[in-house]
Design a protein around this ligand. Sequence first.
Ligand code: UD1
Ligand code: MG
Length: 457
Amino acid sequence: MNIVILAAGQGKRMRSALPKVLQPLAGRPLLAHVLDTARATARQCKSEAQIVVVVGHGADAVRAAFAAQADLRFVDQQPQLGTGHAVLQALPWLREDAPTLVLYGDVPLVRTQTLVGLVEAAAHHLGVLTVRMVNPSGYGRILRDVAGHVRSIVEERDADAAQRGIDEVNTGILVAPTGRLKHWLTGLSNANAQGEYYLTDVVAAARSEGLTVVASPAADADETLGVNSKAQLAHLERIVQRRSADALMDAGATLVDPARIDVRGDLTIGMDVYIDVGCVFEGLVSLGDRVRVGPHCVLRDTAVGAGTVVHAFSHLDGARIGADAIIGPYARLRPGAQLDDEVHIGNFVEVKASHLERGTKANHLAYVGDAHVGARSNVGAGTIFANYDGANKHRAEVGANVHVGSNSVLVAPVRIGAGATIGAGSTVSGEVPGEKLTVARARAVTIEGWQRPAKKR
Ligand code: UD1
Ligand code: MG
């Protein structure tokens, strides 16, 4: 089928330099949500999708954002003379032997099932997706004849008082036989209150040819909500987040408060996962069985193994964590942090591009960067892996069962043999032997007979 997505409008009320369809919803552009639904609809209808996106305002930015998606064709609409004029720009790219589904780039919540229902209900006729609204103001109203058949759509600004009282409105989404659509669109006039070429006028055109128009009602008004302002964007964000929280709970997650979790990407979970309030998940995150995430954590592109606990206020980005580890509170894992089973990372510890083997601990106030640390080692409080000489990064290699005393500096490149102990407060570099104590600090000296100065009178 052909799918035309209208995305040329300016979105003036967003008051933003970013084109409206690139505004993020659940971490992804509005248009990305519509494209997902468009592709899924075609798949469910067992048809190949020919997707045409009509762009205008901010066209270059929109094209650039989706340049990697080879199944899309962009067409320019300059100037923007209305929704009918927008679809007209797409006509040369539409296959006549398949129906055309028209979607809006700023109506992101419509469900695949709803669109499949519309396409099936319309069969080979013109079908419009309608919805009943408590407050229909601003929308085009559906006019029916005495027999109840859809007769036409009248825009709010062209409607009389009686028509404005109608609560059945046009969502804007429609499906049409492509050959007829071409014919109707080329015959549109802009003699209306807004001086625009209205897509909605195809309904009256079909009726004037004696053709059937099918109105397919959307079950849920939330699906048809559009984004015209930041307040509406925030409202839709809550709806999307509630849908994802419900899906997580359906999959067995315990959410302390489903209204206080934000998923901006894909979160996959095992059994008996527990997530406290205020957590944000970005990109691809997976939580194994029995993982517990404390309040106010941010996890981005991170995998957490079974039984691991992430305590409050931890920030995990690009980390791979094994089973039964303990992270935080106030831990920071940066890209390339690879923590094996039973690793403990405590408060104010930062780990970057480092592999810590099983059972290793860094429990307080440390920086571990560009390092490999063997199993069952202990990185004392205040330890710094000095990996950067001002020009280049260097690696630290620390063996298994090493004890690094508090407040040590490991100046890379450095290699510490297995079983070594580094005395607290040491600065070490180069080769440090295993199984021995290495201390690099001035000895304490006690001065006999020294007098503490007293204030002169
Ligand atoms: C449209 C419908 C109205 C419906 C409402 C639902 C028409 C004439 N009216 O009105 O019946 O109730 O949507 O939200 O269709 N766009 C372009 N190029 C243009 C104009 C618009 O690409 O020249 C795009 C916009 O970016 C937007 C969509 O089409 O994504 C709808 O345009 P908008 O101006 O919001 O139409 P409405 O007046 O709301
Ligand atoms: Mg609108």
